[in-house]
Design a protein around this ligand. Structure first.
Ligand code: GCU
Length: 659
């Protein structure tokens, strides 16, 4: 494929900016070159991008300095208007870059006005689960639904001129929504990928060079066993002096090749990956080893908290996967070095469409935390279904773990370590497979920049940028397709927060008991009387006790537990009445019928704009809607039939639905 979609940066979006006479007052270097390349410089400029210490040469920039605060921060910027001139003022080229993209999204302020922006957190990372070559079971990108890797082709780094151009365009897309770091390989580090750290470092250099002009730093997933695999040492024990020296030497070589290298992302002692436990050491000892090697160079370790027993006995109801990360990591608070960031999935299990917020995020006050979300739609329809995830992320980020009286949100607790998202991109013509899934990538970047943004506003921004000049009906249809799509998906899949019920291994489509008798720790415990997992403190696994007050109490009782999480925390009879007034069993029947009807209605609406949105974008989406509707019906029918058979309770509205 030589051509690919411009996503939210079509030429039309740039027209107004590129038509202006620009002046760039910067220090030089790759980002300054990018700015120069995006704009047309001209005399008598009406658009000035100025670093503060260069502002003296322009009247408009001097006026901006007088109006702006004394320090805009390392990536912040101010946009001002002075007469007919728009000024972007910043302390660094990064700030100028973000200021330039700001002008695509919004008009400059009126004369004399000022708009200030700075990111909520310094680290806004995208994790690619890309393998170097195609994996026999998983394809090339683990949990990827958008084709092959943008970086790797059949074991080698992509570096033809066309491939590098595409990488350049990818960098522009990422920077335009605020992403500034990228991990270029899968957290499950297969043997060939382990070598990226040493003898295949040149490949990483290629990617770093392509993304540097967009202010994006490259990170690498490394194998904890690297000293053995690559260094020929007999051990990877973090306390062994040889191991320490090996990581130091290796990391020095990385920085000689890539002086702005971001750091290491590590999945250790998790789902079969090697880690410090093999040597009787804990996660802090493991992470600090790498941190010590990175610290002199300004790098960080993202150490993943996704650690649990994946060989659990399903008969044993006392072991609870939801508890695992908290139990493992909270005793280690205070023990991690300053450049270790504990990367925590937003929920305690695994990116289900509905989970409570991970209690670990509120239990590590002395550790830097990053919040990990999944833009790739592993459990949310695999980019065959429309599922706009920003409303879910926004709920998580705005959650107040200490109750309404304490203003701290999850986003605040994660500010020191930032955000990570598993990427939903690949080399498909639409970057994300499904054209509408681009909204998730865009929204992730925007929420990482400012977690307080309203997901609907972000959606309006994305829709507007992606469809410049389109008729109103196109924009309203696109927005309505995405707006409530997460709740629609939630309705026709596993009910009331119980999770999973997906087909084992690939995780697409329904299989209610698919994981029920497996070692993975993801159960629903449905029987003839009721359904749900008892995670209470009195009769259950005690998981609800991992939350601070008031949540531990609220979750502990079915009377106060929010409906949407009821079955995550409680095993209840099918006749249990929800706050909504419906019984659990009737809720299951109703929501599955509703969710499926909503998917059908979305498909109808999409068909109505065929003549207004010609071309692949419409066709590709239309064909995915066919699959979504097919699959939603299957979900509805399997779930409803399953619970009817288990409970023996008929659907009150069954006759009406059959008409
Ligand atoms: C999920 C996913 C795996 C992935 C893992 C992780 O379990 O299915 O493919 O490796 O998460 O986050 O490490």
């Amino acid at each position: 494929m030589n051509t690919y979609d411009p996503a939210w940066l079509p030429d039309e979006a740039w027209h107004a900016l590129r038509g202006r006479r620009a002046l760039v007052l910067a220090d030089g270097g790759p980002i300054a070159d990018t700015l120069g390349g995006e704009l047309h410089e001209g005399s008598d400029p009406d658009l000035v991008l100025a670093l503060r210490h260069h502002a003296d040469t322009s009247d408009a920039a001097r006026a901006a300095v007088r109006r702006a605060p004394a320090d805009l921060g390392p990536e912040g910027y101010a946009v001002t208007t002075h007469g007919h001139t728009t000024v972007v003022l910043a302390e660094s080229e990064h700030g100028l870059l973000y200021g330039l993209f700001d002008l695509l999204r919004a008009d400059p302020p009126a004369d004399g006005g000022i708009r200030l922006e700075r990111p909520h957190t310094a680290l806004r990372k995208l994790d690619h689960w890309d393998n170097l070559s195609v994996h026999p079971r998983m394809g090339q990108v683990e949990r990827g639904y958008a084709g092959g890797s943008l970086f790797w082709d059949d074991g080698r780094a992509r570096n033809t001129p066309e491939e590098l151009r595409r990488l350049h365009d990818y960098g522009r897309l990422l920077a335009s929504c605020g992403i500034n770091a990228i991990t270029v390989n899968n957290v499950n580090v297969h043997e060939d990928a382990a070598h990226l750290l040493t003898d295949r470092l040149d490949d990483v250099v290629t990617i770093a060079d392509a993304l540097r002009p967009w202010g994006i730093r490259v990170h690498l997933s490394v194998s904890y066993a690297a000293p053995v695999l690559l260094g020929g040492l007999p051990t990877a024990d973090p306390l062994a002096p040889d191991v320490r020296a090996w990581w130091q030497r290796t990391t020095e070589a990385v920085y000689e090749a890539i002086d702005d290298f971001g750091g290491y992302t590590v999945k250790a002692d998790s789902e079969g990956q090697p880690g410090p436990h093999s040597y009787g050491r804990d996660h802090a000892q493991g992470a600090n080893l790498l941190a010590a090697a990175l610290a002199p160079h300004g790098g960080v370790v993202h150490w993943r908290a996704f650690v649990y027993d994946h060989r659990q006995d399903w008969r044993d109801r006392s072991t609870d996967r939801a508890r695992a990360a908290y139990d493992e990591f909270t005793p280690l608070d205070e023990q991690f070095d300053a450049n270790v960031i504990l990367q925590v999935k937003h929920g305690p299990i695994d990116f289900q469409p509905r989970e409570p917020v991970s209690p670990l995020l509120a239990a590590m006050p002395r550790t830097r935390l990053a919040i990990e979300v999944q833009a790739t739609q592993e459990y949310t329809g695999q980019q065959q279904h429309v599922c706009y995830l920003a409303p879910m992320w926004s709920e998580v980020l705005g959650f107040r773990p200490y109750g309404e009286d304490d203003a701290r949100t999850i986003a605040d607790l994660g500010a020191s370590g930032g955000f990570a998202a598993v990427a939903n991109t690949g080399n498909s013509p639409f970057w994300c497979g499904h054209p509408l899934a681009q909204a998730n990538l865009y929204a992730y970047g925007r929420l990482a920049w400012n977690p307080a943004l309203d997901p609907d506003t972000v959606l309006a921004e994305w829709t507007h940028l992606t469809h410049p000049g389109a008729p109103d009906l196109v924009r309203t249809t696109v927005r309505s397709a995405l707006e409530g799509s997460w709740r629609t998906y939630e309705k026709y899949t596993a009910p009331l927060g119980v999770g999973f019920m997906v087909r084992p291994h690939h995780h697409y489509g329904p299989d209610v008991d698919g994981y029920e008798y497996t070692p993975w720790g993801t159960y629903h415990h449905a029987d003839r009387d009721g359904v749900g997992v008892d995670r209470t403190t009195v009769t259950g696994t005690g998981y609800s006790g991992q939350y601070p007050e008031p949540w531990s109490d609220l979750y502990d009782s079915p009377g106060t537990c929010p409906d949407e999480l009821l079955l995550f925390f409680h095993h209840v009879p099918y006749t249990h009445r929800l706050h909504s007034g419906r019984t659990v069993i009737q809720h299951i029947y109703d929501t599955h019928a509703e969710g499926c009807a909503e998917a059908e209605e979305a498909r109808r609406r999409w068909q109505r704009i065929a003549h207004l949105l010609p071309g692949e974008r419409h066709r590709e989406t239309a064909s995915r809607y066919e699959e979504q509707v097919r699959c939603a019906r299957e979900w509805r029918d399997q779930i409803n039939a399953y619970f009817h058979r288990k409970s023996g309770i008929p659907d009150e509205r069954g006759a009406e639905r059959r008409e």
